[in-house]
Ligand binder design. Structure first.
Ligand code: AMP
Ligand code: ZN
Ligand code: ZN
Length: 402
């Protein structure tokens, strides 16, 4: 009887008192926020989080693009295993469709996403409420399950409006309030592409996003809500130049292949009957460029076994770009990503603070898939088998995590 009363009392206390319930978990992605931007003195809120909590430079998964890495962060699976192998891809099992970020029908089609299980799906399955203030994959009913609360992607929604939406969700009564929330900002990546990583515009965008994070932190504190906040980026940003451009037609004749994506790398498929010619011309090393066949990438990329990977993939040296003369580069770009994840310029920021974290910890570089077991643990979501490990992050957690 006493045990029963104790259980009832604990239940009442835990549901009625936000201070005693599990803290919220907020996973924030700042697209294209290179690790070293944190040292520029333009992000006071993130710097304070790093001082009070944990920071690191994080290695993205290959290829260092937006959709593959957001899905790696939220599923713990590298792109080869999570199915989002590129921003632009095809699947022999989904004929006639090209997956592109701008193809809304594809972005909401669960068949592209079903190879992984995002954390919000695992959360909803066990009755933990989740909310996504944007995240690649959040508009599809992955495994038939959607985030409890979500919005269709709208790039024009301001950083403040995104934060205010999260705070509105935080205002819900305790039994409806999401326990796990994602929040996404694209401003820094856009400025990095347009003006380059060393530009004043990137610093100004970093300051804007940092202010939005400060607004979130203050808003949660004003509501008396404890939160573990984890800030990540999907990749960094490298300066590019018209002096460092390659053209695929200088290596293999036009009319023998079709390209899927160009820029920081080129993915292509030989046209029927041209397989041997294209293979001979491309596979191997060239000045500033290396090309691989599907299935024959260096092991450290953990890439190339998924049938969605293009038959041939050519990766330039970091800072060089490759295009097709048929689809000429936009001369506007001063920065891009997609390069070797081991390159310093591709390193992504990681900052975390909250009741679960120790203070002032600087971690060694870890793989972005390791964020998955951390966030699952913080939010109490059962983690699926993944490519990630909590080991590189364990020393950042308090022994008795609240
Ligand atoms: P990238 O080309 O790899 O630099 O991708 C960055 C771009 O991805 C952003 O500028 C957004 O326009 C786009 N993006 C980010 N999240 C989403 C989403 N959930 N749905 C559609 N597009 C997105
Ligand atoms: Zn990105
Ligand atoms: Zn980008």
């Amino acid at each position: 009887m006493r045990r029963f009363l104790f259980l009832i009392l604990s239940f009442i206390v835990l549901t009625a008192s936000p201070a005693l319930a599990r803290p919220l978990t907020v996973l924030i992605s700042i697209d294209g926020f290179r690790a070293d931007y944190l040292e520029r003195g333009v992000t006071p809120n993130m710097s304070a989080m790093a001082t009070l909590g944990v920071s690191a430079a994080m290695r993205p998964s290959f290829p260092s693009k937006t959709f593959p890495n957001h899905y790696a962060l939220i599923t713990g699976l590298r792109p080869d295993r999570n199915g989002i192998v590129e921003n632009n891809m095809e699947d022999p099992a989904i004929p006639g469709v090209s997956f592109r970020m701008s193809n809304h029908d594809a972005v909401v089609d669960r068949r592209w996403w079903d190879q992984g299980e995002p954390l919000w799906v695992s959360a909803e399955k066990v009755g933990i409420r989740s909310a996504t203030m944007f995240w690649p994959g959040s508009e599809a009913a992955v495994h038939g399950v959607r985030p409890g609360l979500w919005l269709p992607f709208d790039q024009s929604k301001s950083a403040e409006a995104r934060v205010d939406q999260v705070l509105t969700w935080a205002d819900l009564p305790a039994d409806q309030r999401p326990q796990f929330i994602t929040l996404y900002f694209d401003d820094v990546d856009t400025m990095g592409h347009t003006y380059g990583p060393e530009s004043a515009q990137v610093n100004a965008a970093a300051t804007r996003v940092d202010a939005a994070i400060g607004r979130l932190d203050a808003g949660l504190k004003a509501r008396g809500l404890e939160a573990n906040i984890v800030v990540v980026a999907d990749h960094g940003m490298a300066a590019i130049s018209e002096d460092r451009q390659l053209f695929i037609e200088d290596l293999v004749p036009a009319g023998t292949f079709r390209t899927l994506g160009t820029g920081a790398f080129i993915t292509l498929a030989p046209l029927p009957g041209q397989e041997t010619l294209v293979d001979k011309a491309l596979v191997g090393h060239h000045p500033h460029l290396t090309c691989w066949r599907r299935g024959q990438f260096p092991a450290r990329f953990h890439y190339g076994h998924n049938p969605r990977v293009a038959p041939i993939f050519c990766l330039p040296e970091t800072g060089w770009t490759i295009y097709s003369r048929v689809r000429k580069p936009g001369s506007w770009e001063k920065g891009t990503h997609g390069f070797d994840p081991a390159a310093r310029d591709m390193a992504a920021v990681f900052v975390a603070s909250g009741p679960a974290f120790k203070s002032g910890v600087r971690l060694r570089t870890f793989d972005n898939v390791d964020v998955y077991p951390l966030v699952a643990r913080l939010a109490g979501i059962p983690a699926q088998p993944s490519d990630g490990s909590l080991a590189p992050l364990r020393s950042a957690l308090k022994p008795k995590m609240p």
